[in-house]
Design a protein around this ligand. Structure first.
Ligand code: NDP
Length: 515
């Protein structure tokens, strides 16, 4: 067993307070693959001081200089893709395909996207104004980096969801301290090593390994916090951020519904239901977690999905092509999955396939299809985050929409119909941050579109212009070039001037809104 301190350079991330270490387990085997320091509040404060000292130089690199580093990092990621995939698999137990498609594919795209788009999203904007008093002045909206961004990430996508948010934060000119989940810190450490090889100045990106307390300590220092994780922890982070009056962007849990209308291409719908509920063993915030199917096609849809799910291989990933469904990464998650299935069965649901933990080494749960489900069951209302798919029969599209919206969450959703106009009309009625018609989850790969949750699924969004502007403050600059000694409205006040101004305002604003 190699410790991460042995693998990484001396300068890495300060020291552990009190010397406690966190073991990192491979969930597919139960083996401890590494240990990382559990950094306490003092170590975090030292990292913050180093980050603040390093940030001005990084900001001074400008868009082009920073884009060069990110472009090199993009190439580094592709050159080291095998090593990164192996690291992700070793700490999550996910399949190699899940690591390649949803993590390497995402980050490869993200490095290039933010390197290219940052100057467009953050470049100075010249503004025109109808306000007569500023005629002739230069008006500029400027985005300036906030300084130090804290990124706190979950365990389900160590590259996409933890490290991924560092990319736009860095490209905006900030220093970043990333607190990865204690369960999956190794990918972040490896990426930080890669970034240094690509020329990122020392201490511009640091990884604060540790538990929840390390994340809480980080929130006490940074200028903005980007949090991805559960709604429960996200609420605590938002409270801490509010006390300090710093912005917080929160990407939280979900319970994404899929609606299958009776005119849907059932073969496509069944393939998408199977893949997007089981991919990453269901441990994706935008997994399909529940399906509502119109009555006329319910039986056929259920038969197709059951057959497809029954054919999936679950177990220890031994390389590409070995299994479809990997491990349950986080030990308590397995208890949640078991609890949701037991609760459903106890309330009258039937298990058509799966329904049990896989015996033997590692932490696996059988790909599971549940029917005869309703909203009295946890599997339909709480985030399961496992390889389970409850399917419910509905009378019609209106009932499907009502049930889909009957949730505290509102992250993603999907609608399947051959009538795309009807599908889109239904998508527009769903209370969620992203809705796909005849597809699922694909919106996440479109970095031009905002990705964020409604209701208890979050605040703010990643991706798109807002996904990088949130790492900046806005500064308004007004430059008066033709400068007279004084303006007409200044002292001394004279009744003639005041009458003139009153007439002028009436002329400008007295006719209501012009057509
Ligand atoms: P948690 O909320 O348990 O943890 C998220 C991160 O917060 C971890 O790094 C955790 O550290 C840290 N943390 C824990 N307590 C605190 C605290 N008091 N202050 C600051 N940080 C703290 O989430 P999970 O890791 O279990 O992730 C799964 C959840 O993430 C699911 O609900 C999922 O839906 C959601 N998610 C949302 C996404 C989105 O884009 N909306 C994407 C991916 C996941 P540690 O792990 O060391 O305890």
């Amino acid at each position: 067993m190699a410790t991460v301190e042995q693998q990484l350079p001396e300068t890495h991330n300060g020291v552990a307070d009190g010397g406690t270490d966190i073991p990192v387990e491979n969930p597919a085997t139960g083996e401890i693959v590494a240990t990382v320091p559990d950094l306490g509040a003092d170590a975090v404060a030292e990292m913050v001081a180093r980050a603040r000292a390093a940030q001005p130089e990084w900001e001074a690199y400008g868009f082009d200089g920073r884009a060069r580093v990110l472009s090199r990092a993009q190439k580094w990621l592709m050159d080291n893709a095998g090593r990164v995939v192996d690291t992700i698999v070793s700490e999550t137990g996910k399949t190699h395909e899940d690591a390649q498609l949803a993590e390497i594919g995402y980050a490869g795209n993200a490095f290039g996207f933010w390197a290219k788009m940052a100057s467009e999203y953050l470049g100075d904007e010249r503004v025109k104004s109808s306000q007569i008093l500023v005629k002739g002045k230069k008006l500029v909206l400027r985005y300036r980096p906030l300084g130090l961004i804290g990124v706190i990430g979950p365990w389900n996508y160590p590259l996409t969801n933890s490290f991924g948010d560092c990319i736009p934060a860095l490209m905006a000119g900030n220093a970043v301290i990333l607190k990865p989940s204690e369960i999956t810190p190794l990918t972040s450490l490896l990426l930080a090593e890669g970034m240094r090889e690509c020329g990122l100045p020392e201490n511009v990106l640091q990884i604060a390994t540790g538990r929840g307390a390390t994340g809480a300590a980080l929130v006490e220092h940074v200028d903005m916090i980007m949090f991805t994780g559960s709604t429960r922890t996200g609420t605590k982070v938002a409270e801490a951020a509010a006390r300090r009056l710093i912005p917080a962007s929160l990407e939280l849990g979900g319970k994404d519904p899929m609606i299958v209308l009776s005119d849907a291409d059932l073969e496509r719908a069944a393939n998408f239901a199977t893949y997007y509920s089981m991919q990453n063993a269901g441990q994706t915030c935008i997994s399909i977690e529940r399906v509502y199917v119109e009555e006329p096609v319910y039986d056929e849809f259920v038969a197709k999905v059951s057959e497809k799910v029954r054919a999936l291989r679950v177990g220890k990933p031994e390389g590409f092509g070995s299994v479809e469904v990997g491990a349950i990464t986080f030990p308590p998650q397995l208890e949640t999955i078991k609890d949701h299935v037991a609760d459903a069965v106890q309330k009258g649901a039937r298990v058509l396939t799966g329904g049990k933990q896989v015996p033997g080494a590692g932490r696996f749960y059988e790909p599971t299809v549940l029917v005869d489900v309703d909203h009295s069951m946890k599997c339909m209302t709480e985030e399961t985050f496992g390889p389970t798919l409850p399917i419910m029969k509905v009378r019609d599209a209106d009932e499907a929409v009502r049930l889909a919206n009957e949730s505290p969450y509102g992250l993603g959703a999907s609608v399947f119909s051959r009538d795309t106009a009807r599908g889109e009309a239904i998508a527009r009625r769903l209370d969620c941050g992203a809705a796909n018609v005849n597809d699922a989850m694909i919106n996440y790969t479109v970095l031009e579109l905002p990705m964020g949750g409604a209701k208890a699924s979050g605040l703010g969004s990643r991706h798109g212009a807002g996904g990088i502007r949130k790492y900046c403050s806005q500064q308004a600059i007004v430059v008066t070039r033709l400068a007279m000694k004084k303006e007409v409205f200044m002292y001394p006040y004279k009744s003639r001037t005041s009458r003139l101004l009153a007439g002028f305002f009436k002329l400008m604003y007295g006719r209501g809104r012009r057509a």
